[in-house]
Structures are given as C-alpha cells and as structure tokens.
Design a protein around this ligand. Structure first.
Ligand code: AMP
Ligand code: GLY
Length: 420
C-alpha cells in the first residue's frame, strides 16, 4: 500500500521509519518531510497546512492511508476533507480536534463530563478578565484559547503580570484569533506528566508510558520548550496511577466525545498534573507527542500501519499491539538559544560515526546541501536508542552525541534523570 505522512519534524521522521518497517508498504510519501526523511520516503513539496493540495495529491497518487503529525492541519479539518473524498486518514475530525484547538471547549467539556481539571473562568473581553484578576489568588494561570505553538500559557505571580498577559493575548493579539478568548485557571502544584493513547472513537489502546523533558535547561530549569528529550517507560507512572488515569480521564474523554457527537479517532495526548488529590488534566493534544513518539516507537513491536488503520476503521481492539521490554530514550540536539532566538545554517559533522554506534538519528530541523547536512531549526536532531536499562540507553545515546558537532550545538545533559 501507499502511505503519506504529513509533517516535517523528528516525530514525522520516526513515523516514516516505523511505517517503512511495515510489510504492507510499497511506497511512502512525506509532505513536506525533511532532509532526514528523504532517504526513506518520496518528498512532496506541499506544506502541512495546505490541506486541499494534500487531498488532491492523495487522490492523484491513490494514497491508501495518510498519517498526520502536527495539530495545525487537524484543526484546519484535513481529516474531514480527506474523508469527504473517500481517502483514508488517521487523526481526529476538525470537531474532535477542538479538544486541542480550543482550550475553552476542552475546559467546558471536562467540567460537563466530570473529568478532573483546574478550576477556571473564560472571558471574551479584556476588561472583565482584568476585573476578575483583581480578586484572583496568585500565582494564577492565563491561557489563550486557541493554538499558540506552546506559547499561549502564562503563569502569573501577581496582578501586574496577569494584566500584561491579558494585554498581550487580547489587545495586542500576539496569537491572532487564538486570543479572542482567554481562560483564567487555578494554579496547580504537583508533578507534571503526560499520557498518550490511540482511539477508534469507542475503544482505547494506550501507548507504553513516556515522559518528556519540557524545560530548556538541566534540572528542569529555564523556559518551556517543545521538548528537550524523552524516555519510555515513564518512571513516574506506576500501575495504580496508570489505572486511575485510564478510569478517570482517558475512558471518560473518549466516551464523552462520543456522547457529544464528536467521536474521537486518533491520538489522545493528555497533559496531566499529579496533585495531592490525584491526576488533573492541564491540556489535551490530539496528535503524537514530539519527542515522546521518537522514544515510544522504538519499543513498538507490531505493525504501525495495522494499528493506525484500526483506529480509522473502528476495529482497534482486533489489532494485537506488542511492545518491547527495556527502556528507550531520545535526546534533542538544539541550536543554542532555542526556544528563543538562535542562528541556523551551521554545518553538522559526525553523523555517520554517531550512527555506527547503533543509535537511531531522526532529523527535526536540518537541510541537505552540497553533500552535507546543515542546521535549519531550533530543534535540529533527535538521538534515540533502546537498551535493557535506562543507564545503558543513556550512555549509548550520549556516546553518540559526543561524535556530533556543529557551531552552536546545545542539548540537555540530564535526559534520563528523574527530578522529584
Ligand atoms: P498547557 O499548554 O495548557 O499544557 O500549559 C503549558 C504549561 O504550563 C504546562 O506544561 C504546565 O507546565 C503549565 N501549566 C498549565 N496550566 C497550569 C496550571 N493550571 N497550573 C500550573 N501550571 C500550569
Ligand atoms: N512534547 C510535548 C508535546 O508534544 O506537546
């Protein structure tokens, strides 16, 4: 069969690699893909946001299954467009993707269904929001309603900071239409973690657990990033917590969305805060995590095409899913300065020597020119491995990392360490 993967990051490189291992595959396409993906798939020069052109392409090439990586095209309705044209595509419909694309929808949904989440109020205008903030308890959390590339959440220590966040979101419109509404949320204290599952609208297959390292600096300090690394399994989720998350969050979300007439097919990624009174949902994502996917897929021992097709076809539970024991991990190499300003265009050296150690290298932000790879993004490369123990996995990855160099290379040295 022919598969099209939409997206251009390390997550999509890992998805393409996994798809390429399926016995059912004849051809793989990636739109727009990246310099690493080009060895495994035919690169298609269509942006992930151009859903009409992607559907035209899939029709013309008779693509049997399309897999969507990022949230952008999902929230634009790529699944609806493909489905209208009888093209098979893995992911939630536009309506179901509202779980990620509108935080106010997600919060109201959780309140209605009884899924544990922080107390909140939503506002459609700046002044009432500021009035409310005058009486709020601090720290407090201000969030833009819509997608904001992970930058629309502000933890505010006092009224001045909170009013500033409102101004940025609602008056200056830093995130465009995503700031038409704000959510003001109680600040939660606890341990942050995530939980990722696949659903076919009715049934749920959880992925093996994973944990990402969100902060830019060692010991979980510095700015929030898209993710500086990941490990699987998560050392923070034991059997009891796992069962609680499934029972109080994952199943009710899938059942609730079905009840709302927005049956959820695709990846449900719950960002959680584990507080003294149990797990609460911070946010939903409706797509695979990046870089969690790079680590998790190294443990998948079943055909990913069967699994994702099972979600689309609504027969997920007939698909056997097997996972490898051991521990997998991913270390993200970045351009110094990420997630803020950074320079790109630096020549990357040592990839072959690193690969010879047996690690998987996924490209996130690179370009290939004149026989060399150059940096082309904040997150540049993902160095991943799976061994029997966390210690072995991390030393294999960091040995490989030591062979890779470019001018402004940066990465966290403590991926694998669990900060309590
Ligand atoms: P979100 O995009 O909603 O997950 O928020 C981004 C980050 O902000 C999360 O990963 C948390 O670190 C933090 N955060 C969000 N909501 C809260 C909250 N209610 N209390 C404390 N921290 C939060
Ligand atoms: N690693 C966090 C995310 O994919 O949203």
């Amino acid at each position: 069969m022919k598969v099209l993967v939409v997206g251009s990051g390390g997550r999509e490189h890992a998805l393409v690699r996994q798809v390429s291992q399926s016995k059912r595959i004849r051809e793989i396409y990636a739109a727009p893909g990246n310099a690493g993906i080009k060895d495994l798939a035919n690169i298609v020069g269509i942006k992930a946001s151009n859903i009409i052109e992607l559907a035209d392409f899939a029709q013309e090439k008779e693509i049997d299954l399309t897999i969507v990586g990022p949230e952008g095209p999902l929230s634009l309705g790529i699944v609806d467009e493909f489905t209208r044209r009888n093209l098979k595509i893995f992911g939630p419909t536009q309506k179901a993707a509202t779980l990620e694309s509108s935080k106010s929808f997600a919060k109201e949904f959780m309140k209605k269904i009884g899924i544990p989440t922080a107390g909140f109020k939503t506002f459609k205008a700046a002044q009432p929001a500021v009035d409310y903030l005058k009486k709020a308890k601090y720290p407090t959390v201000v969030k833009a309603d819509g997608l904001a590339a992970g930058k629309g959440v502000f933890i505010c220590a006092n009224l001045t900071e909170a009013a500033e966040a409102i101004k940025l979101i609602m008056v200056e419109k830093k995130f465009g239409k995503s700031g038409n509404e704000v959510i003001i949320e109680d600040y939660l204290e606890g341990q942050e973690m995530s939980f990722i599952a696949i659903s076919d609208g009715k049934r749920v297959v959880p992925l093996v657990t994973s944990m990402d390292y969100k902060k830019a600096l060692e010991n979980d300090k510095g700015s929030n990033t898209g993710g500086m690394g990941a490990i699987s399994p998560s050392p923070r989720i034991d059997k009891e917590l796992y069962d609680t998350i499934m029972k109080s969050i994952i199943y009710p979300t899938i059942e609730g969305m079905k009840f709302e007439g927005k049956a959820f097919r695709g990846v449900l990624y719950a960002g959680l805060m584990i507080t003294g009174s149990g797990p609460l949902v911070l946010e939903y994502n409706v797509r695979f995590g990046d870089p969690e996917t790079q680590a998790v897929l190294l443990r998948l021992n079943s055909d990913i095409v069967d699994l994702l097709e099972g979600s689309v076809d609504g027969n997920l539970c007939d698909i056997p899913v097997e996972w490898e024991e051991g521990v997998s991990a991913c270390v993200v190499l970045t351009s110094k300065g990420y997630p803020h300003k950074y320079e790109a265009g630096k020549k990357i050296m040592g990839l072959e020597r690193a690969k010879a150690l047996g690690v998987e290298i996924f490209h996130a932000g690179t370009v290939f020119k004149d026989n060399d790879f150059y940096t082309a993004g904040g997150r540049v490369l993902n160095i991943c491995a799976r061994c029997s123990t966390l210690k072995e996995t991390m030393s294999k990855i960091y040995d490989a990392v030591s062979f890779i160099s470019y001018d402004n290379i940066n990465f966290r040295q403590d991926i694998g360490k669990v900060v309590k």
